[in-house]
Ligand binder design. Structure first.
Ligand SMILES: CC(=O)SCCNC(=O)CCNC(=O)[C@H](O)C(C)(C)COP(=O)(O)OP(=O)(O)OC[C@H]1O[C@@H](n2cnc3c(N)ncnc32)[C@H](O)[C@@H]1OP(=O)(O)O
Ligand SMILES: O=C([O-])CC(=O)C(=O)O
Length: 450
């Protein structure tokens, strides 16, 4: 390993020399870096009927940043949340809506729940033979391994008929919580010396309830905890075709690959720190801030520390304030607003008021500090990941499961987009790269100088 690392270090300069491209050429050739134009707007690469994100409104013909709006199949997520008061199975209802395009009637929801419950089963000894092998704190990697292994149990893996793809997607929606919870227990036992327990899901319970039941030794949870998690799952389900993991799903789907491979690829995208992996990074960053800021009520001290993070002087030295900013939203992310309502309620109940103050101050100061230091076109505001980790922390969910929870929700959006891609597009996604290569005369091996 060390020898390989030494070799890699000695060759890094070659990569930098041959892989650095003058940034000015992007503008010269009209290349949209990150598939974004000069104003940060995403390049149009597809059409979708699944969801809609609004971050700007036209006022007197002028494009103006506005509070964010997110519609699932035309319904505002905030209305879905408000309409769910006193109800269970909010995630399941959202999943039906995204997969089939309509809000379910009681009877449709009930049949859908039964179908999902039927899918809540892993193959015999799968937990022992696959999930418990090579335990890791990286639960996303463990889940991805499980997804790819499940493919080898599926006799109809490559069949792209819609009914088969839908069966595969629903089976994955049903089994993701088990893959995540059991992978965590294996890690906690083998790496952390914790106790290991494997609770089976109860087919009568919701996905949110089952998740809480499976991760807790006594299988108990309160109504509020289950509701908050149910809503968190709803809010994370879907975010258009362009977000990194959904676009990945669509790219892999467009090549004719199977469901397991497309979803495994999406998992690999989601875990990135700039995408779904940001929820863990927010928690790590908050720990770091708590460690370095002595007074959570002192705005100057907090602002100075945030500047150090942006200047790559501290924390992970990447220059990012996690949980802030979004590729699409401008003034606000509607999901963050919903989260905040629950955060305030939970923080009061769990006596986390000092933490709440720190979060409030960062929410207020970070956008200003980022706007001063970076070229921001549309405004920068807290995103869905800013409060999600704090909520999960107050629900006693271990940090290793935060990004997996995102995946447990987003598999629904990935599934809907895979199906839409199969039904509608049927064209391999293949953008162009302008080549800067120049012809060189071939030199025989013995004639190359050192
Ligand atoms: C579920 C989700 O995926 S939500 C996003 C979760 N990710 C995070 O919280 C990580 C922190 N945030 C970020 O890295 C960014 O805001 C992203 C990746 C989400 C979006 O980035 P972009 O699409 O480049 O956003 P935008 O066009 O508004 O950014 C403009 C500039 O501000 C920078 N910027 C945006 N947000 C931040 C931030 N939180 N901290 C530091 N700089 C930031 C961008 O890097 C970019 O700088 P550049 O032009 O030098 O590359
Ligand atoms: O849309 C994006 O770029 C990021 C994303 O998935 C989300 O915010 O849920």
């Amino acid at each position: 390993m060390d020898k390989l690392l030494n070799y890699a270090k000695s060759n890094v300069d070659l990569c930098v020399t041959h892989d650095s491209i003058n940034k000015g050429l992007y503008a010269e050739y009209g290349v949209k870096k990150g598939l974004r134009d000069e104003n940060g707007q995403g390049v149009l690469t597809g059409l979708t009927n699944i969801s809609q994100i609004t971050a700007f409104k036209y006022i007197d013909g002028v494009k103006t940043p506005c509070d964010g709006e997110l519609l699932y199949r035309g319904y505002d997520v905030q209305d879905i949340v408000n309409g769910s008061t006193g109800k269970k199975f909010i995630f399941e209802e959202g999943a039906y809506l995204l997969l089939f395009g309509e809000l379910p009637t009681e009877s449709q929801l009930s049949k859908f729940k039964i179908a999902l419950s039927d899918g809540m089963e892993l193959p015999t000894n799968f937990t022992r033979d696959v999930i418990m092998k090579a335990p890791t704190a990286d639960i996303m990697n463990s889940m991805t391994r499980s997804i790819l292994t499940l493919a080898s149990y599926d006799k109809d893996k490559d069949n792209l008929e819609l009914s088969n793809v839908l069966r595969q997607c629903m089976m994955l929606i049903s089994t993701f919580p088990m893959m995540a919870a059991y992978a965590y227990h294996a890690y906690n036992h083998y790496e952390n010396n914790g106790s290991m327990y494997i609770h089976r899901p109860d087919p009568e319970l919701s996905i949110a309830e089952n998740f809480l039941r499976m991760i807790r030794p006594d299988q108990k949870y309160t109504e509020l905890e289950a509701r908050v998690l149910d809503i968190a799952l709803l809010l994370h389900m879907e975010h258009g075709g362009g977000n990194n993991s959904t676009f990945t799903t669509r790219v892999v789907t467009s090549s004719g690959s199977d469901t397991y491979s497309a979803i495994a690829a999406a998992m690999s995208s989601l875990k990135g720190k700039k995408h779904g992996g940001a929820n863990i990074m927010v928690m790590n960053m908050m720990d770091d801030i708590r460690h370095h800021v002595s007074d959570f009520y002192d705005e100057d001290e907090i602002e100075n520390y945030l500047k150090k993070i942006l200047n790559k002087e501290t924390f992970d030295k990447q220059g990012l304030i996690y949980g802030m900013g979004h590729a699409v939203y401008s003034l606000s992310d509607p999901r963050e607003k919903v989260f905040k309502r629950f955060v305030e309620q939970l923080a009061e109940e769990k006596h986390r008021n000092d933490d709440m103050t720190l979060y409030n101050n960062i929410e207020k100061l970070a956008p200003k500090v980022i706007a001063e230091k970076r070229k921001i076109f549309k405004g920068v505001s807290p995103n869905v990941d800013f409060y999600s980790g704090f909520v999960y922390d107050m629900l006693g969910i271990p940090k290793e499961l935060y990004t997996p929870l995102f995946a447990i929700a987003r598999i629904v959006g990935w599934s809907a987009h895979r199906i839409e891609e199969l039904v509608t597009t049927d064209k391999i996604i293949r953008p162009a790269y302008k080549s800067l290569v120049t012809n060189r005369d071939y030199v025989k091996r013995e004639d190359r100088c050192n």
